[in-house]
Design a binder for this molecule. Structure first.
Ligand code: AMP
Ligand code: TRP
Length: 330
């Protein structure tokens, strides 16, 4: 293990889907042992959209179990809940006071979400600053995320540079780490839009822990095109997405898969993709069921994760407060 710090996180705003796994979690599990790794569940981010409290609580615990079932190993990394560590929101405030409003208003994700919601609260605009705080709080060097988070990472880098040049060297300037394969998994129903928990068509999103029969059904009804050829092309977003999923599930290249399935019908191909995905997810399902039956174990992991993170967060926050000019607490 190097001493390079790696952090990443996801929102507990729903069940994890295949995009989360291939675009984020699977990379995390491959990287966890090689870095000083911290992974968190960002419940403070989740409330930028109105949440049902009991649901949020339930999903936060479920999400922790899903992280571990996906392969995050508490022996190799820290896993914790964002709101359990004092420092994320505090650092976000300091950073927010150095963030040009225009930069936040230009964020693609903000513009998207703003269009979709009736009431836009300030938290939605401020969200990328909180994310920058999540990252900078731990002297992070590497942030493995999906492509959609690139712009937010740019802000984290800008803020690190701005703080360092205003108050002297304090933060590492973090590097994004974006894995290309599985970098962007699309909806099965609208293959030009990314797979997401908020897809209006429930058949578009493949949840990691849903019943295999249900996954099969979603693959069967995946939107394709009116041709018959199985190949990856810009004008064939449905088939291209299925090929990308199959490639990520089997480790085979797209070119090799195009050869394997030359002449196959779409329905045979869809079936193969479904089977490969179900096979890939089988051990994860088993582990998840075991974890949900042992909540005490889960809570111990989260407590240890938060204790470790808190020590580090406190150190960084004290340094930031001192440099900012806050009078030290006696
Ligand atoms: P979210 O569910 O939006 O909190 O995202 C959690 C992580 O999964 C982030 O690193 C995202 O970039 C990644 N992610 C979300 N949706 C997709 C997708 N459709 N394809 C690839 N990665 C994704
Ligand atoms: N905004 C990220 C997402 O929606 C989640 C996130 C919050 C995150 N804080 C982070 C990811 C810090 C990496 C590092 O996917």
């Amino acid at each position: 293990m190097t001493s390079k710090v790696l952090v990443s996180g996801a929102q507990p705003s729903g069940e994890l889907h295949l995009g989360n796994y291939l675009g984020a979690l699977r990379n995390w599990t491959e990287m966890q042992a090689n870095y000083d790794s911290l992974f968190f569940i960002v419940d403070q981010h989740a409330i930028t959209i109105r949440q049902n409290p009991a649901e949020l609580r339930r999903r936060t615990l479920t999400c922790a179990a899903q992280y571990i079932a996906c392969g995050l190993d508490p022996q190799k990394c820290s896993i914790f809940i964002q709101s359990h560590v004092i420092g994320h929101a505090e650092l976000a405030w300091v950073l927010g006071c150095m963030t040009p409003l225009g930069q936040l208003q230009r964020m693609t994700q903000f513009k998207d979400k703003q269009q979709k919601s009736e009431n836009v609260d300030a938290g939605l605009l401020f969200y990328p600053v909180l994310m920058a705080a999540d990252i900078l709080l731990y002297n992070t060097e590497l942030v493995p995320v999906g492509e959609d988070q690139k712009q937010h990472l740019e802000l984290a880098r800008d803020l690190a540079i701005r703080f360092n040049s205003t108050y002297s060297e304090t933060f590492n300037v973090p590097e994004p780490y974006i894995l290309k394969s599985g970098g962007r998994i699309m909806s099965l129903q609208t293959p030009t839009a990314k797979m997401s928990k908020s897809d209006s068509n429930a058949l578009g999103t493949l949840y990691l822990f849903e019943e295999p029969e249900s996954l099969q059904k979603k693959f069967r009804s995946a939107v394709t095109d009116s041709e018959t050829e199985i190949r990856s092309a810009v004008n064939k977003p449905g088939i291209s997405n299925l090929l990308a999923i199959l490639s990520a599930a089997t480790g085979k290249s797209i070119e090799a898969l195009e050869k394997d399935y030359a002449g196959s019908s779409y329905s045979v191909f869809k079936n193969s993709v479904a089977e490969a995905v179900i096979e890939m997810l089988r051990p994860l399902r088993k582990r998840y069921t075991e974890l949900m039956d042992d909540k005490t174990y889960l809570q111990t992991i989260l407590q240890q994760g938060a204790e470790n993170a808190q020590k580090r967060a406190y150190k960084m926050l004290s340094k930031v407060y001192r440099k900012t000019g806050f009078l030290e607490r006696m």
